[in-house]
Structures are given as structure tokens and as C-alpha cells.
Design a protein around this ligand. Structure first.
Ligand code: GLU
Length: 506
């Protein structure tokens, strides 16, 4: 494919939803696969919905995930500026042309007049729509005398510019995922293209910029499919139909149970983030969790998102970014919504965590230790991480698996004690203590051999010896190999903990 140019065009109305991240990812994969360009354009024409910090958030989140742009608001490029509010003068000329060519008109209806009209329709059990059938009875440049229109415009009367949908034209949208969608223009309302505040609406700005930035493919969420016929008509009206981009509308991201779209509220309610980074709402101060702060690795998030709506056609589940680039195709995107799968998200994180050098994991876990005012030799922390990492999906879970390496248990799991601490156990543990104290060399292997010999000599099961010692050292019956635990703790600590449990039981 030649001259592939795609864009990610978020509106800075809050934190970027994970569905938006997936849209950015698919655009990125598509651009990279075909040697094209990816553009980051900020669509901030709706000033009422502008949220401070959202643009910075979007840039930081995508950078964290490794989604790189070739042009954009943060890096510039041949089609700058990339923020729509900085492109304001460009849109006016398109609107003027549409009006001059009879494709748009000025509407002076006040909000009160529109409301009254809506209520009047409601009373008759109908829904009012500003369209080919009703525009003739409204207050606009099609119904008012020319003189009056000029006067109102000169007087600075507030007005919006609406698109004049033809009464009966078939509009065809060729969607690369959904196939051909045809709608009749008569069903469409005359969408506002330009607002009384002098700003274009999303529709006009989006089409004008996609044209100006020579976008070849518009890959975006399914929620924009209903707008596509208007966009096709705008390309036609502006004389750009020949170079109109191709459309691909991505399936929705659904709640884990498949019942409806994954919404901003779902995440913290169902126990997983719906935003890439943590977000503090500047107005309410409300904090929403993010994948990064929840301990997800960017590779895991990318891998998980790549498969939510696209599949490679094989059983392979783990992909590097480069593999995704090589395999990605719009043909393999499904039409059906993709269910978010929390277990899968955890599994991916586990997989990518295991790929990290143990020193890196240890470095992250050291932060947890620091937070608890514990310090430990880096080599020891690394050793502990090596022993427990298989059991965790997140670095934050290492503490639950390994706290006993750093602090002696203060209590013992009651269920384990009930089951494993028998009448003869104190005597056995006293013997074990002595044995371990007198070992010429204290090592995991030596501990193991000594306990085995002792159990055999006394005709005891290994469990009768090992499990009480494990409880003494860890507080429960979990954890890695006992001889490894003993080796890491060292003789002194093992004896201290054995004394501890014996004392506790007295
Ligand atoms: N600004 C729109 C959004 O926030 C972009 C839609 C599109 O890609 O055309 O989703």
C-alpha cells in the first residue's frame, strides 16, 4: 500500500479510555506495517468539554505504551498545527464555501425556539429533527429574506451553520471491517458544522483536517459509524471525494460479561483499570486507577489490547510489538464487540513479568521494601524474587509471597497449626533445633539431608518434620522450597524462629 497516513484524533475531555488506546494501537500497527505515518491530532473544538491536563495525559500514556508518532501535537510535522483550536481560521473558509455552494445554511433559531418546537412535536407523539422536512419552517437563511439574513449577520446575531442534507439521496459508506453501509440522506438531521462561538464542530474539523493532512485511512471506534455518512457527504460537498480516506470502524470493547460497552465507571467497580495511567480529575479530585500504577507492564497491556478485537488466525497469544506489526491486518478485525477478560490481563502480566531480568524485578520490589522501612542486600532481594516470582502476576504480590524473608512471622496460620502441630511436634522441633545448630556447615542442602536422616531414624514422615519447621519459618504452609527458605534465612534466623514457635506454643 502506498502513502499510508493514519491518525489518532482524541478529544482532550478527560483521561484516555482503554478503548481509545486500542484505537491508537491499531492505527500504529497499521502505519508501521505498511511503512506509513501515524499522526497525533488533538480535537479540542468543543471548548465546553475541554479538561486541563488531558492532552498531556494522552501523550504520556501513549509514550508509556511505546506507541510512537511520526507527526503530532507534541512533535510537530509538515501539517502543523496539530491542535484544532490552533487551526480555527482554516475551518471558516470551508464553511463559507459550503454556504456559497448551497451545501450549508445559517440557522438563527434560539435555544428557546428549538425547545418549543421539540415540545410541540412531543405533544403529538413525534420527535423533532432539524432536517430536509422541517428546515423550511425554521428560522434560517433558507427561509428568511436575503436582506434579513444579511442584517442579522451584520448585527452579529448568534447563529450556527448547518449542513443541508439532500432530501433523498443514497449515501454509501464502504467500511473495511463492516462492508458497505448505505443510508438515505432523508433520515439525517442537518448537523451543526459551525457553532455560534466561531468554532467548527467535530464533523467539519475532522473532515477538513483529514483532508488537509492527507489521511489515507480513518481507523476509529464504532461509535463514529453513524457519523460516517455525514462525513462522506462533506467530502462530496467540498469536492474532495476522490481523495476521501477509507474507513474502518473498530468493534466496541465490552464489559467482561459482554453486557454493554466497557464504560469509565466499570473499571474501579469491577476491579481493573479502564485507563492507561492513573488520573485525578482536576474538578472533583476523584482518582481513577491506571494500568501503569496498578503494576501492569506496557508490553502486557499492548498484547492484551491487540487481541481485543483482532486475532492472528492462529493459537499464538504472546506477541512482541514487532510481531504484531508484521501480522496485523484490518481483515482480521472482528465485527463483534470484544469482551474484556481480567484473567487474561493478569496472565499477560505474569508472562511479561517473567521475561524481566530478576534484577529488574528485585529493583521494583526494593521500592516496596523501602516503603515498609525495610532494607536488604540487593543480591538477597534478587534471590528472594527468583524464588517467588513464578507465583505472582504483579510485583505488588511479591510481598504476600515473601514477607517472611524480611520479617519473622508474628502469628501462625491457625488452620495449619490445627492440622500439622501434633502432640509430638514440640519434641521433634526441639530435636530439629539442636540438629541445625550443630550442623558443621549450614546450607539448604545440609538442612534437607539432616532432616531426612532424622525422620528416617525416628520413623517419622518427612511432613511431620518439614511442615512444622515451615510454619515456624513462614507462619504458614505456603512458600518456596523449605531448604531454599532456610538457606536464605541462615542458621541464626532459622534457630530464632524455631525458638519463637516453641515459645509461642508453651
Ligand atoms: N475526536 C474523536 C474522538 O475523540 C475522533 C474520532 C475520529 O477518529 O474521527 O474519538
Amino acid at each position: 500500500m502506498n502513502n499510508i497516513r493514519v491518525r489518532f484524533a482524541p478529544s482532550p475531555t478527560g483521561p484516555l479510555h482503554i478503548g481509545g488506546v486500542r484505537t491508537a494501537l491499531y492505527n500504529y500497527l497499521f502505519a508501521r506495517k505498511y511503512g506509513g505515518s501515524l499522526i497525533l491530532r488533538i480535537e479540542d473544538t468543543d471548548q465546553a468539554r475541554f479538561v486541563p491536563g488531558a492532552e498531556e495525559y494522552i501523550i504520556e500514556a501513549l509514550a508509556w505504551l511505546g506507541i510512537r508518532f511520526d507527526e503530532g501535537v507534541h512533535i510537530g510535522g509538515a501539517h502543523a498545527p496539530y491542535r484544532q483550536s490552533d487551526r480555527k481560521p482554516l475551518y471558516r473558509q470551508h464553511v463559507d464555501r459550503l454556504i456559497a455552494d448551497g451545501w450549508a445554511y445559517c440557522a438563527f433559531d434560539t435555544p428557546e425556539a428549538l425547545d418549543a418546537r421539540r415540545r410541540e412535536y412531543e405533544r403529538q407523539g413525534k420527535t423533532f429533527q432539524y432536517d430536509a422536512a422541517t428546515r423550511g419552517a425554521m428560522c434560517n437563511s433558507l427561509t428568511l429574506p436575503e436582506e434579513e439574513v444579511r442584517k442579522r449577520l451584520n448585527d452579529g446575531a448568534p447563529y450556527v451553520v448547518r449542513f443541508k442534507f439532500p432530501a433523498d439521496t443514497q449515501i454509501t459508506v464502504n467500511d473495511l471491517i463492516r462492508g458497505t453501509v448505505t443510508v438515505n440522506s432523508g433520515q439525517s438531521d442537518d448537523k451543526v458544522l459551525f457553532k455560534s462561538d466561531g468554532m467548527p464542530t467535530y464533523h467539519l474539523a475532522n473532515v477538513a483536517d483529514d483532508h488537509a493532512m492527507q489521511i489515507s485511512h480513518v481507523i476509529r471506534g464504532e461509535e463514529w459509524l453513524p457519523s460516517a455518512p455525514l462525513h462522506v457527504m462533506l467530502y462530496r460537498a467540498l469536492g474532495w471525494e476522490d481523495s476521501m480516506p477509507q474507513f474502518a470502524h473498530l468493534p466496541l470493547l465490552l464489559k467482561p460479561d459482554g453486557n454493554g460497552k466497557l464504560s469509565k465507571r466499570d473499571g474501579d467497580r469491577l476491579g481493573f483499570p479502564v485507563f492507561p495511567l492513573q488520573w485525578r480529575d482536576p474538578a472533583s479530585g476523584e482518582v481513577s486507577s491506571g494500568y501503569r500504577e496498578s503494576g501492569y507492564l506496557p508490553q502486557a497491556v499492548i498484547n492484551m489490547l491487540a487481541l481485543l478485537g483482532w486475532n492472528p488466525g492462529t493459537q499464538q497469544e504472546k506477541f512482541t510489538m514487532q510481531e504484531l506489526i508484521d501480522l496485523f491486518s484490518l481483515e482480521r478485525i472482528s465485527k463483534a464487540g470484544a469482551k474484556f477478560d481480567l484473567k487474561k490481563a493478569h496472565w499477560f502480566n505474569h508472562e511479561y513479568l517473567m521475561e524481566q531480568p530478576v534484577e529488574t524485578i528485585a529493583g521494583w520490589f526494593s521500592e516496596t521494601l523501602k516503603g515498609k522501612n525495610l532494607s536488604a542486600d540487593p543480591a538477597r532481594v534478587a534471590r528472594v524474587c527468583r524464588l517467588v516470582k513464578e507465583r505472582v502476576n504483579f510485583v505488588s504480590e511479591i510481598w504476600d509471597q515473601a514477607s517472611f524473608f524480611f520479617v519473622a512471622p508474628e502469628s501462625y496460620d491457625p488452620a495449619a497449626m490445627k492440622k500439622r502441630w501434633k502432640e509430638n511436634t514440640p519434641a521433634v522441633m526441639r530435636d530439629v533445633r539442636q540438629l541445625l545448630e550443630s550442623l558443621p556447615v549450614f546450607s539448604g542442602q545440609a538442612v534437607h539431608d539432616a532432616l531426612q536422616a532424622y525422620a528416617e531414624e525416628r520413623s517419622l514422615g518427612m511432613g511431620e518434620v518439614m511442615i512444622p519447621l515451615r510454619i515456624a519459618l513462614t507462619g504458614g504452609t505456603f512458600g518456596p522450597d523449605l531448604q531454599e527458605i532456610a538457606d536464605v534465612l541462615g542458621r541464626e534466623e532459622v534457630l530464632r524462629r524455631t525458638d519463637g514457635i516453641l515459645k509461642n506454643r508453651e
